[in-house]
Design a protein around this ligand. Structure first.
Ligand code: HEM
Length: 386
């Protein structure tokens, strides 16, 4: 699983299939990692791990390679690395602006952003479509959070640096800058109350649940990070499948494919969150294998989404797939806060393609970022034609 370059393409899917068939919960100890971990590849075992929030903790980090120092600074203060009761308290507040009701008011704005991005891409194609598509999640999340428009590009760049930069120094610096940005925002808003998103969350009184300023800052940064990279990877992966498979593109452009159904297939296929990690708090069994307290357990969502026990012809991309309980947003208590928003953006993209695009051409070699965590395309030389 840790062969260098494995995630620079899609060859890892074959390896996942081998593990699912031969060693579904396997012990891995790659060179360079201080400790080994259990690697879980079958759909039902992945679901069981995600649902077991009493014995599977997120406070030791939820991804491989995160440093203990960085995680302990935010553990139980940031949703994604929190356990109950802190997780429950914070999620009750933070879920509000991302609920169905509130987001249905953002729907029209999402459509506008997507239309603007696609129109621009058709009129002025660039060498890399991703450089244009990345505006969709950034603009939408920045608008929802009420951030000044002048900051959006900077924010988008910093989020990418915080995740994608090959230099650890640059990653840490970018994270620090994002924290500072949100600290200033929260402090300023205590004085002015000018930002409705922040005021809405600080005024929340959902059963006494409240967030400290520090928790707000960490979670804003989590929302930004969660929303930016991931949705961009799904849009890019979907575009690549459509350009490579003219029959699927025809179904989207003719309106035969239901955008809501095709969105789910784009999510199953793209897997922007390739793995998730937990730490066992007590002895338990995963897929029949004994896990000791303190051991790390890694679930591979990319493998679960291709599990032949659950999905018919899992290696076929099918915009009409209706039986599609993919795990791209995780499962259980930590299920993605932004799933509804991401779905809105992808469905709007599909509808806009149908409205504005007649053909697509691949003008060069697409490239994957090579990450086994936030995995996806970072170069996509595709041109959209009116
Ligand atoms: C295609 C798009 C997306 C994918 C594939 C995705 C994937 C995921 C996954 C797998 C998790 C669970 C992590 C775990 O179990 O430890 C998660 C959690 C989360 N996501 Fe997303 N995400 C997406 C979009 C978004 C958006 C748009 C937002 C912004 C609102 C967001 C914010 C979050 C947050 C804050 C969490 C933590 C939730 C918790 O721990 O309770 N994500 N996401």
């Amino acid at each position: 699983m840790f062969e260098p370059g494995l995630f620079a393409g899609t060859g890892f899917y074959e390896r996942f299939a081998w593990y699912r068939a031969n060693d579904p919960v396997s012990w891995q100890h790659p060179a360079g990692e201080p400790e080994g971990f259990w690697s879980v590849t079958r759909y039902h075992d992945v679901v069981a791990v995600h649902r077991d929030t009493t014995r599977m903790s997120s406070t030791g980090g939820m991804r491989l390679g995160s440093t203990e120092r960085a995680v302990s600074a935010v553990a139980n203060k940031m949703l994604i690395v929190a356990d109950p009761p802190d997780h429950t308290r914070m999620k009750r507040v933070l879920i509000q602006p991302f609920s169905n009701d509130v987001l249905s008011r953002a729907e029209q704005y999402v459509e506008q952003v997507v239309a603007d991005v696609v129109e621009t891409a058709v009129r002025r194609p660039g060498p890399d479509l991703i450089a244009q598509l990345e505006r969709i999640p950034t603009d939408v999340i920045c608008a929802i959070m009420g951030l000044p428009r002048a900051d959006w590009e900077w924010i988008g760049r910093k989020t990418t640096d915080a995740f994608e930069s090959p230099s650890e120094v640059q990653r840490i610096t970018a994270n620090g800058e994002i924290f500072k940005y949100f600290s200033d925002l929260v402090r300023e808003n205590r004085r002015t109350g000018a930002n409705a998103f922040v005021s809405g969350l600080t005024a929340q009184d959902t059963g006494g649940a409240r967030l400290t300023d520090e928790e707000l800052v960490f979670n804003f940064s989590g929302i930004l990070a969660g929303g930016n990279e991931t949705t961009r990877f799904t849009l890019a992966a979907l575009t690549l499948q459509l350009v490579e498979q003219p029959d699927q593109l025809a179904r989207v452009l003719s309106g035969e494919a239901d955008p809501a159904v095709a969105t789910e297939e784009a999510l199953r296929w793209s897997v922007p969150g390739m793995h998730v990690m937990r730490t066992a708090t007590e002895a338990l069994r995963v897929g029949g294998v004994e896990v000791e307290p303190g051991q790390r357990v890694v679930t591979w969502i990319g493998s679960a989404n291709r599990d032949e026990e659950v999905f018919a012809e899992p290696d076929t991309f099918d915009v009409g797939r209706t039986e599609n309980r993919h795990l791209s947003f995780g499962a259980g208590r930590h299920m993605c806060l932004g799933s509804r928003l991401a779905r809105l953006e992808v469905a709007a993209y599909l509808r806009t393609l149908r409205r504005l695009v007649r053909a697509m051409t691949l003008e060069g070699e697409p490239r994957y970022n090579g990450s086994n965590f936030t995995w996806g395309l970072n170069e996509l030389p595709v041109v959209l034609h009116a």
